[in-house]
Design a protein around this ligand. Structure first.
Ligand code: PEP
Ligand code: MG
Length: 883
């Protein structure tokens, strides 16, 4: 097997890059080399070597040595330099690169190949002693940290002392001689801490770095990142070895990062940052505030230092050409790193750029309109879950804001929460249920867990491409970065902004769209759903087969859902209506009545209330199907739980406290979820379902008469296990319907169906379909009863289950396709065998989960039903599943 793939200088061994084999970075370097872009020559050690390395006790396959030697020879041939040559040395970078990008998670070594001899050669060929010695000390520092695992504090300390001794403030004040002295000191530190001299053999250096990069795949922070992003541990990383180019060779050199389009808003404009006379890590680390790429961006921001377009017009023009070529080749927005070495542009990396949901939408729609991609591809480009970011509220423009300061709008969305100044506290307070905003001078990969726990992220340093910005956008967290006026004191857990002070626990608000930071919580407003969102949704609607309904029971939710494109109601839970205002008293009278007559008297009071609920809902959902589920929860849920409430409730219901207490005790259940609920209530107290059915049909007649368009009620019976249960309930509903139609002299079309939410119902679906006219899979209960896991208590152990790989995801969030899914498929098949074309839907929480929706498409269900805010997610996911 081949392990090493060369690129650059007219070579691209990978044949336009397989990401699984070469890793994302390696594949794209190969791809860029393949289309003739200026890529410094190098080679990639493929990802399978990573697994081999770990499987064989951290050693390499035998043939790798020779292949790496061939790779080095390739770089030497293209550059005309020799690795380890004292006269004209070749220097390389060694970087990780997994299949998917894991920003900042794994290790990199730069300037490799420098030693006591080659540093002289570098000085001679570059004509710059200072640059050569600075590069050497950077290399020793990085190598000692990354490869040798030595305490980097000791090197920083040595540098600080050198500056102090000379009365310098900035690194730039150190001369060649100063750096040379520091190199000697660094070597002393290495010998002291490591017990051996700093490696002078360049091949030892190279193998050390290759081992360290493979080793970083199993670092703690890489493991956390993989867990948060569902990246399998066995993928492994590739290692990229590439000729160094230098952005720090004076004023005609520079280094930068860029996006071919705006990753925050999606505008079709080059977007990025660069620094003159700097090395790559300087831009990303956010230590110096970078300059803009384009003149327009600089002018909009009112920034002072010249943009790249103005300062380096030729290199910029070349870069713009490369951008176009890259977009045409990869047919997607690219995130790139480049270096200009003495006026010549080099491309160091390209990959699909991470973007906000807003940008993803705009870019997908624009690219389809530009003809770069098809509409189908545009649909597939947008992650349905990410739409969540767009559907949620933004700051109310009319609210008063106590603005503390302004930073960069690094990741959109607004968030309020308590300020915390370190990631561990963020995680702890978030776990305790608090909304927190993580405030840091700048973030590093060690902050991942805190960023994930926080509602938003605020940093004092770093640009739009800083770690904080990139990671926050990827996670969908609002972020304001580079708020330079913040004086953060993490040790004392506070920050100062001018005269103001914010302490840990104070509530602040950040607006990731404007960069504003405010004291206190600022109210929010609903977003507008037009433009690109509307366009993409229309394209998606044209491609999907599944209908999308909503789970809603208030007129407001119904209206929201309709605006989001719901095509009916898949689940109207009527019990929520029983808690409203004065109704709860009538409900309690009904529960406490000693006989049927007493119950009927109370139900008579509820009837007009229920009827008016249904009238409103039918009106909002005019012309669309509305599935109404009859009462489901056990009756004791409606009784008071606190001792203090008993007297008041008894008085309201006209009973003595003792009777109430006794009745509550009678109704007590040890396992209410498996108790007297669902159709079991209807079987024992048919008058309850009779009242509800009557309310539905009376409402339907009222709306039909008022508007001329009859609604289409679908009456749904919950928690059915047997055919006979459903049959009994259908008789109750049909009788109520006939009675109402006779009274009103008008007939309404309706269906009576059932939820399939018990394994027995799924198994006996064939005979249940003899009675039921539709099935709706209640996958919340079906998951609970199939897995034997309580939906209300599972959170405590399910995270561990997911961590240990027992379930790939929380089965209450994403359908357990293998288990619960098999029951659904079987019930669908048996139901259809009895009643051809029986209407099938899903109304559990899974109806809004893209992976579960894909399963529903594959199983041929007719519709999914999701909560109002997830309706657009479901529309897009349904289209993707159909493509
Ligand atoms: C279900 O069980 O999936 C369902 C939709 O009903 P509920 O969540 O109300 O039990
Ligand atoms: Mg249920």
């Amino acid at each position: 097997t081949q392990y090493v793939y060369r690129f650059g200088g007219g070579v691209s061994d990978g044949g336009n890059g397989d990401k699984n084999l070469l890793g994302g970075k390696g594949a794209n370097l190969d791809g860029m080399a393949g289309i003739g872009l200026p890529v410094p020559p190098g080679f990639t050690i493929s990802t399978p070597v990573c697994a081999l390395y770990y499987d064989s006790g951290e050693s390499f396959p035998d043939s790798l040595k020779a292949e790496v030697a061939t790779g080095v020879a390739h770089i030497e041939a293209v550059t005309g330099k020799k690795f380890g040559d004292a006269a004209d040395p070749l220097l390389v970078s060694v970087r990780s690169g997994a299949r998917v990008s894991m920003p900042g998670m794994m290790d990199t070594v730069l300037n490799l190949g420098l030693n006591d001899a080659t540093v002289q050669g570098l000085a001679a060929t570059s004509g710059d002693d200072r640059f050569a010695w600075d590069s050497y000390r950077r290399f020793i520092q990085m190598y000692s940290d990354v490869v040798l695992g030595l305490d980097h504090g000791r090197f920083e300390e040595a540098l600080e002392i050198a500056k102090e001794d000379n009365g310098y403030h900035l690194d730039t004040e150190l001369s060649a001689g100063d750096w040379q002295k520091l190199v000697a000191e660094y070597k002393g530190v290495v010998e002291e801490l490591w017990g051996k001299p700093f490696p002078q053999d360049v091949h030892d250096q190279l193998w050390g770095a290759i081992g360290a990069v493979f080793g970083s795949w199993q670092s703690e922070r890489a493991k956390v990142y993989r867990r948060l992003n569902d990246i399998p541990g066995d993928w492994g990383t590739a290692v990229n070895v590439q000729a160094m180019v230098f952005g720090n060779m004076g004023e005609t050199s520079a280094t930068g990062v860029a996006f071919t389009r705006d990753p925050a808003k999606g505008d079709n404009a080059y977007y990025g940052e660069f620094l003159i006379n700097a090395q790559g890590e300087d831009v990303v680390a956010g230590i110096r505030t970078p300059q803009y790429l384009t003149k327009a961006a600089r002018e909009t921001a009112g920034a002072r230092p010249l943009s790249m377009e103005e300062a380096m017009p030729e290199a910029y023009a070349e870069l713009a050409r490369v951008f176009d070529q890259l977009e045409r080749h990869y047919r997607d927005m690219q995130d790139i790193e480049f270096t200009v070495e003495r006026g010549k542009l080099w491309m160091l990396q390209t990959r699909s750029g991470k973007r906000t949901a807003k940008a993803a939408l705009k870019i997908a729609v624009d690219m389809a309109n530009e003809g770069l991609i098809t509409q189908e591809e545009a649909i597939l480009r947008v992650d349905p879950q990410a739409l969540d970011q767009l559907l949620h509220p933004t700051l109310d423009p009319n609210a008063t804001r106590d603005v503390l300061t302004k930073g960069l709008p690094a990741s959109p969305g607004a968030a309020s929460g308590r300020a915390v100044f370190d990631s561990d506290t963020a995680e702890k307070r978030a776990a305790a249920g608090e909304a927190v905003i993580l405030v840091r001078v700048e973030t590093s990969p060690e902050d991942i867990h805190g960023m994930h726990a926080a509602k938003g992220i605020l940093t004092a340093r770093g640009g739009m491409t800083s770690h904080a910005a990139v990671v926050a956008r990827g996670m969908g967290r609002p972020c304001v970065s580079g708020a330079g006026t913040l004086a953060i004191n993490a040790r004392e857990k506070l920050m100062r902004i001018g005269q103001r002070e914010v302490r840990e626990g104070d509530v602040i608000t950040i607006d990731g769209a404007t960069g504003e930071v405010m004291f206190g919580a600022v109210p929010t407003v609903q977003p507008e759903l037009s433009g690109d969102f509307g366009t993409l949704m229309l394209w998606a609607d044209a491609k999907r087969r599944l209908k999308v309904r909503t789970n809603a029971e208030t007129p407001l939710d119904c209206r929201t859902a309709r605006e989001f494109g719901a095509e009916g109601i898949g689940l109207c839970r009527t019990e929520h209506m029983f808690f409203d205002g004065a109704r709860i008293t009538a409900v309690r009278q009904m529960i406490l009545a000693s006989d049927e007559q007493g119950r009927r008297a109370a139900l008579d009071k509820l009837l007009p209330e229920q009827r008016s609920d249904f009238v409103e809902i039918f009106e909002v959902m005019a012309g669309l199907p509305v599935t109404i589920r009859l009462l489901d929860p056990p009756l004791h849920e409606f009784l008071p739980h606190e001792e203090a409430e008993f007297a008041e409730v008894a008085a309201a219901a006209g009973l003595d406290v003792e009777t109430l207490r006794r009745r509550a005790a009678e109704l007590h259940e040890f396992n209410p979820m498996l108790g007297h609920r669902g159709c079991r209530l209807g079987v024992t107290y048919p008058e309850i379902y009779e009242m509800q059915a009557r309310a539905i049909f009376e409402a339907a007649v009222i709306v039909a008469e008022k508007s001329g368009a009859a609604p289409i009620p679908e009456v749904m019976i919950p928690l059915v296990a047997t055919r006979r249960e459903l049959e009994l309930m259908k008789i109750v509903v049909d009788k109520a319907a006939q009675a109402v139609f006779a009274e009103k002299g008008r007939t309404i079309e309706y269906l009576v169906g059932t939820m399939i939410e018990l394994p027995r119902a799924a198994l006996r679906a064939g005979e249940i379909a003899e009675v039921g006219e539709f099935f709706s899979f209640g996958t919340n209960d079906l998951t609970q009863t199939t897995l034997g896991v309580s939906r209300d208590d599972a959170a405590r152990f399910l995270t561990t289950y997911v961590e240990k790989g027992i379930y790939a995801r929380d089965p209450f969030v994403s359908l357990d396709v293998e288990g619960v899914g098999e029951l659904i498929a079987l019930a669908a098949e048996r139901g259809r065998a009895t009643r051809a074309g029986i209407k099938l839907g899903i109304c559990g929480e899974h109806g809004g989960d893209p992976a579960s929706i894909a399963f529903c498409e594959a199983t041929g269900l007719d519709y999914v039903s999701a909560s109002p805010y997830r309706v657009p997610i479901a529309r897009l996911a349904a289209a993707q599943a159909a493509l």
